[in-house]
Design a binder for this molecule. Structure first.
Ligand code: PLP
Length: 298
């Protein structure tokens, strides 16, 4: 019997235990980060906003001039079947399209056969619920995010060296996570999350140079429902340091409070009321059929 207890993957049109999933070392996804991907999640046996993730994924594939022989419906079935194969009720579900590999001796990307990979593993947290109660200590990095003119950040991509080196910088400086900046020093995003600050009833998140996160979108929708004003605008380091509240958003954990920047407290130094309300609202919509559907496990 195969052991799917650590997760399941879909590779070469077959479901396999995650420990048996393999990729060729000649695939440009591996050699050149030439890939796009998306991450959705399953919570209490329900997929959250899966169609929005599939839409963003297909748009990325298109913009990177790749193609796969699967439509929205095919992808949806593969993703659901992958979670069913894993049996996981709380899962982190990734879909990846790589460039594939060209013919031996060729460097022509047009000759590559693009490849789809899917996997479902136990849910991954940027900060687990215990850590979320206290809030994160974020460091504003000296490292600039790869500019949008070089790599379009609205296509979810694996250009992560800026963010990974930023994380090392944050750990060296006593922090827990990092925000990388644009050429003007404005905060853009971090390793796997978007950034928000709260001032009174105004909620601001960077407009440009970021992935348009699905969690970000959920928070903007909830803000409007709660009567907050959601603003998409540049976010300077000063504005972040003097905000009433700050939080980051990600599929890997939802709405995550940030309570310290570069060693200094934000507001009271504890997760603020607006952050907490949005955090509650985020988990509440996980029961809302407009956003979720049940997986019919065997
Ligand atoms: N920004 C980057 C660079 C990311 O990689 C991610 C997610 O992994 C996000 C933002 C948040 O996006 P989402 O809310 O869709 O998970």
């Amino acid at each position: 019997m195969s052991d799917f207890s650590n997760g399941a993957a879909y590779v070469d049109e077959k479901f396999v235990p995650i420990t048996e999933a393999k990729i060729s070392i000649l695939d440009w996804g591996f050699l050149h980060s030439d890939a796009t991907y998306d991450v959705a999640h399953v919570w209490q046996g329900k997929f959250f906003r899966l169609d929005d993730h599939i839409e963003r994924f297909l748009s990325g594939i298109d913009r990177l001039r790749m193609s796969i022989p699967y439509n929205r419906g095919d992808l949806r079935s593969i993703l659901v079947d992958c979670v069913k194969a894993s049996g996981l009720r709380e899962a982190y579900v990734e879909m990846i399209c790589t460039r594939g590999r060209p013919k031996p001796g060729s460097r022509d990307p047009r000759e590559c056969t693009n490849r789809l990979f899917v996997f479902a593993v136990p849910f991954v947290w940027i900060a687990n619920p215990e850590k979320q109660k206290k809030g994160l200590h974020l460091i504003i990095s000296h490292i600039q995010r790869i500019p949008p003119e070089s790599v379009d950040p609205t296509v979810k991509n694996y250009h992560w060296l800026d963010m990974v080196m930023g994380l090392f910088e944050a750990y060296d400086r006593g922090g827990e996570t990092v925000a990388v900046v644009d050429a003007q020093g404005n905060l853009v995003e971090g390793p796997g999350f978007n950034i928000f600050v709260v001032n009174g009833n105004k909620i601001t998140t960077p407009a440009h140079g970021v992935l348009e996160g699905i969690t970000r979108r959920t928070v903007i929708e909830l803000s409007t429902e709660y009567g907050y004003e959601a603003i998409q605008h540049n976010l300077s380091a000063d504005k972040a340091r003097t905000a009433d509240e700050m939080f980051v958003t990600s599929t890997a954990g939802g709405v995550i409070p940030v309570t310290k920047i570069d060693g200094g407290k934000i507001g009271s130094g504890m997760p603020g009321p607006v952050t907490q309300k949005l955090q509650e609202g985020y988990w509440m919509v996980h029961q809302d059929p407009r956003y979720t559907f049940d997986i019919e496990y065997d």
